[in-house]
Design a binder for this molecule. Structure first.
Ligand code: GDP
Length: 202
């Protein structure tokens, strides 16, 4: 079943395709792909499933899988599991990180990974370390600062500035970034335009 949106400039069709933990079992890499990742509770499901990006039909399996969705029959949206689970054992976490890292390293049609960061939080070492790993491995990514409705605009700006300064300790420049809120759909158009621009260029 396919759900349709009547609004212009938003995703018209989104359908669940497949869930797995093995990059070799992902759909054929015949379309541009954009993946979303972040610590659990960062607001990833709300951003993807809500009015923010796509109203998705069909049900993926458990959240700790690589979930592929076909968008408007032209690109793949991938919902990756949240990292940094405090509640799972070290062995489980390692296994789980391995399949995500393998996916990120091997997926040839991955054009951008959106790394979600809660805009209210101080820069966290595991997010920074993860982004450093992305850089070392030349995996293209952008940051999405989530839950911006929870702060005043000037507080959002100050926190983003703080984040930038922290990033610039290790990076020559700040990666592309977006400010989002799933409550009022802030950032939706910007993220979708960014994706569409890359799709047009490729
Ligand atoms: P996930 O674990 O990253 O998928 O996070 P969820 O999307 O499930 O969101 C975690 C919690 O944060 C839920 O209670 C959401 O309602 C809330 N939440 C998510 N996004 C936003 C947002 O943009 N604004 C506000 N105020 N709350 C949000």
């Amino acid at each position: 079943m396919v759900k349709k949106s009547k609004k212009k400039g938003v995703i018209r069709q989104a359908r669940f395709v497949i869930s797995n933990t093995d990059v070799s079992k992902c759909p054929r890499p015949d379309r541009p792909e954009y993946a979303f990742i972040g610590r659990s509770n960062v607001g990833k499901s709300s951003l993807i499933n809500n009015k923010s990006l796509a109203k998705i039909s069909g049900k993926p399996g458990k959240t700790r899988l690589i979930n592929h969705f076909m968008i408007d029959e032209s690109w793949y949206l991938v919902d990756l599991p949240g990292y940094g689970y405090a509640r799972v054992s070290k062995t489980d976490r390692k296994k789980f990180e391995q399949f995500i890292r393998k996916y990120l390293l091997k997926r040839e049609n991955l054009y951008c990974l959106f790394v979600l960061i809660d805009v209210r939080h101080e820069p966290q070492l595991n997010d920074l370390g993860f982004m450093e790993w992305l850089g070392i491995n030349s995996i293209p990514f952008a940051i999405v600062f989530t839950k911006s409705d929870k702060l005043k605009p000037e507080e959002v700006a100050a926190n983003v500035e703080k984040y930038k300064l922290k990033m610039l300790e290790n990076w020559e420049e700040m990666p592309p970034y977006f400010i989002s809120s799933s409550v009022n759909a802030t950032g939706r158009e910007e993220i979708l335009s960014y994706i569409r621009e890359i799709n047009i260029k490729e």
